[in-house]
Design a protein around this ligand. Structure first.
Ligand code: ZN
Length: 464
């Protein structure tokens, strides 16, 4: 069964292979919230209940008027919405359900599986891939799952936590009470993203609640979505109905999603490997939808790009059919990937030679009957050099007459290439500011530098 249940998948460094052969990523595990670092601590639950009680009194809400806590009158819509700027095929996976096993040290989800952690009270919906890119750019919004009244909210807390931290109310959150007396908690959101609707005022289904973040006791950007049939944690329900849901019989979703949503979340074409730094640094996808021939991506052989697929709920033995389609729809290249484990999410990257005829091509992945594709353009443009991570590599003047100064960290080698990807010059930068004289005529070149971590930086230089 699912072994890597609390893991996020990150890339590690096997991406310097310069052959067209398949390059499979390694999968590392990152510690997620767990029993020792719950999304909401017992102290926090007590504080929330007190605040809700106080707010309800101040708002003159009489809970005895509610129909009673056991009925699922309120049907929930999905509480996340992708921004119009997010063009991926999907953007999330469920990293932990409500723990249905009340025994300490044991856990079970509503489907009798183990996508949960001991004592977890809600549904954790993680955003993926590139969660910090998504968070920084407000790419995944939290929206009201049902109409109701805001009975508590809190904002202003730090939002890039990587481990369960602290005590007290350190999350940015919103709590909404529905007309039947049930209550929903939206937790861990981004600082200053919380709705401006005041406590006591209504929200409608789909209204902005906040942006997915990692505030409070959180190990990465995700929404902790928790439902109570009343206004205390003791009335907790699991919105998913299933054999092992011992809390409530019926689903609270208007349309319950499948236990496993096996699908292609995203495909992309990359100029070089994506960079996945340690939490909470923002990832660098290194994607592009335009490739100018001649092309050489940093760390790749001339003419090659990296083709990435991102899968949710991989099932061991399932085969992904991958293809690059010509502008006329015929196949330029195709290959397959066979899942070798059940995962929550997995990513795989391949070096493939780019087409050289101008046009708009499609990279397509089909997995479990689900299709995801992305277009990219091939053009010929001798002036087109893609710069990468060039902030630590300063060259001036640029344009120059062939004499220029290179500023970077000392004791590193810079390499100069022409637009055909041929290296014709290299020199060691012994001083942080070194003068270089290029033995070339006027033209466009590019300078590459590999730092001590083997990250490549690339700067376009013009000689007049
Ligand atoms: Zn949670």
């Amino acid at each position: 069964m699912m072994k890597r249940i609390f893991t996020l998948v990150v890339l590690c460094g096997v991406f310097t292979i310069k052959t067209p052969a398949q390059n499979l990523s390694e999968i590392n595990t990152v510690k997620e919230n767990d029993a020792g670092n719950p999304c909401i601590s017992p102290l926090e639950y007590a504080l929330i209940e007190k605040r809700i009680s106080d707010n309800m009194k101040a708002l003159h809400i009489d809970s005895s008027s509610f129909a009673g806590g056991s009925r699922a009158v309120t049907l929930l819509q999905w509480p996340l919405k992708p921004s119009v700027n997010l063009h991926d095929c999907s953007y999330y996976f469920i990293s932990a359900h409500v723990d249905q096993n009340t025994a300490s040290g044991a856990f079970q989800d509503y489907n009798c599986g183990t996508i949960a952690y001991d004592g977890h009270g809600g549904t954790d919906i993680a955003i993926w891939p590139y969660p910090f890119v998504k968070m920084d750019n407000d790419l995944v919004e939290v929206v009201a799952a049902a109409p109701g009244i805001i009975i508590d909210k809190h904002d202003g807390e730090f939002d890039k936590n990587c481990v369960g931290v602290g005590s007290g109310l350190t999350a940015n959150y919103v709590i909404v009470q529905h007309a039947d007396g049930s209550t929903v908690l939206y937790w861990h959101m981004k600082k200053n993203s919380i709705t401006t609707v005041a406590i006591g005022q209504p929200v409608a289904t789909g209204d902005h609640i906040g942006v997915v973040g990692s505030s409070g006791s959180s190990s990465g950007p995700h929404l902790h979505f928790e439902i109570w049939s009343g206004n205390t944690a003791a009335t907790r329900v699991d919105p998913f109905s299933g054999t092992c849901n011992l809390l409530n019989a019926s689903s609270w979703w208007a349309a319950q999603k499948s236990y496993l949503e096996t699908a292609v979340i995203k495909v992309s074409v990359n100029i070089t490997d994506a960079v996945f730094p340690a939490c909470p640094a923002t990832e660098t996808p290194n994607e592009s939808t335009t490739y100018q021939i001649p092309f050489q991506g940093p760390g790749l052989s001339p003419g090659y790009a990296k083709f990435y697929i991102f899968l949710r709920n991989e099932v061991s033995g399932l085969i992904a059919d991958l293809s690059i389609l010509n502008p006329n729809g015929s196949t330029y290249l195709s290959w397959t990937y066979t899942s070798n484990a059940n995962t929550l999410v997995g990513l795989w990257a391949y070096s493939k030679v780019l087409p050289t005829t101008d046009g708009i091509y499609t990279f397509r992945a089909v997995y479990n009957g689900d299709t995801c594709s992305s277009e990219f353009e091939i053009t010929h443009n001798a002036a087109g050099v893609v710069e990468v991570n060039s902030s630590y590599l300063n060259i001036y003047p640029n344009p120059s007459n062939g004499n220029f100064t290179v500023e970077t960290n000392a004791n590193q080698v810079i390499e100069i290439y022409n637009l055909l990807g041929e290296k014709f010059y290299e020199t060691e930068i012994t001083d942080p500011s070194t003068t270089v004289t290029l033995p070339v005529k006027s033209g466009v070149y590019f300078c590459e530098l590999k730092d001590e971590r083997n990250y490549i930086q690339r700067k376009k230089i013009v000689v007049e």
